[in-house]
Design a protein around this ligand. Structure first.
Ligand code: DHB
Ligand code: FE
Length: 286
């Protein structure tokens, strides 16, 4: 059966894509953030995943406000990037894994999560940033991807509790896939930030740190909060932390409850652009 070998969660910010495109990783503003990924590169070199399940939110590239699924899963053979309006150069296309995508889609629908299935799907900075951060330097992507998209953009949003259960369903789906694939799950977005409105620039370091600790020791902690409470605590884009929560639930999904995880690496850095930027690498405790 396929095996989930780890979970990497990271903030996404278009400015990260821009810094990569312009080779700014060593500049003072960026160095600490990019250096934080060195342990992740070491871990990936030895863990050698075949596939990445990428839990992210689309920001208007593939879905717009007129047609916006709550949960969508890609089942394409390839995913292209596109012009999001941030003046970012195109990133080379990501290879898909339609067979695993359809297995996950079939499994989660059977478990009560009626996802939108996408045989074509363009992916934005929320997928490109983590892929470039995890596997820098160009060349063929070493993993195929299964994109899992969750609406964090237009109300009503799925609750943290619902996302946690969705992640568990994805985890069980992957664990029942009859192949020897090694799967890493990636969650992208967060941590606290708000880009516009009266609270533009809002950051809540105390809540972010509690949330990051909960990812290791108390994974369902954030599910006690309603969506509005999470927006109050983290900002209207900080709600993207439900994507981290979903990815964490994928990693922990075992037949008898959460399997427990170990933190391999973590960083927290304020700010990048308007965002409290964090990264965590977790692996199963056993
Ligand atoms: C920023 C953060 C985001 O999550 C995003 O999607 C776009 C921009 C920012 O901080 O600039
Ligand atoms: Fe975002």
């Amino acid at each position: 059966m396929a095996r989930i070998i780890g979970c990497v969660t990271t903030s996404h910010v278009p400015a990260i894509g821009n810094a990569i495109a312009k080779g700014r990783q060593e500049e003072p503003y960026w160095k600490e953030w990019f250096d934080g990924f060195t342990p992740v590169h070491r871990w990936l070199a030895s863990a050698r995943p075949d596939v990445a399940v990428v839990v992210y939110n689309d920001h208007g590239l593939n879905f717009f406000l007129d047609q916006l699924p709550t949960f969508a899963i890609g089942a394409a053979a390839e995913y292209q990037t596109g012009d999001e309006g941030w003046n970012l150069p195109a990133v080379r296309p990501f290879p898909g894994d339609p067979a695993l995508s359809w297995h996950v889609i079939n499994s989660v629908v059977a478990a009560g999560f009626d996802v939108t299935m996408c045989q074509e799907m363009a992916v934005d900075h929320a997928v490109c940033n983590p892929m470039q951060l995890l596997w820098p330097g160009g060349g063929p992507w070493p993993v195929r991807i299964v994109p899992v998209e969750i609406n964090t953009v237009q109300f009503p949003l799925p609750s943290a509790a619902r996302c946690y259960e969705f992640g568990q369903a994805i985890g069980r789906a992957v664990a029942s896939y009859p192949s020897g694939e090694r799967v890493v799950v990636i969650g992208t977005g967060g941590l606290s930030h708000q880009l516009d409105g009266e609270r533009a620039g809002f950051i809540n370091q105390e809540f972010d740190r509690k949330f990051m600790a909960s990812m290791v020791t108390d994974p369902s902690w954030a599910t006690r909060y309603s969506t509005v409470e999470l927006v109050e605590q983290t900002g209207s884009q900080g709600i993207e932390l439900i994507l981290w929560l979903t990815a964490r639930a994928v990693l922990g999904a075992g037949s008898g409850g959460d399997v427990g995880v170990r933190e391999v690496a973590a960083t927290y850095h304020v700010p990048i652009s308007n965002t409290a930027a964090g990264m965590m690498l977790l692996e199963p405790a056993g």
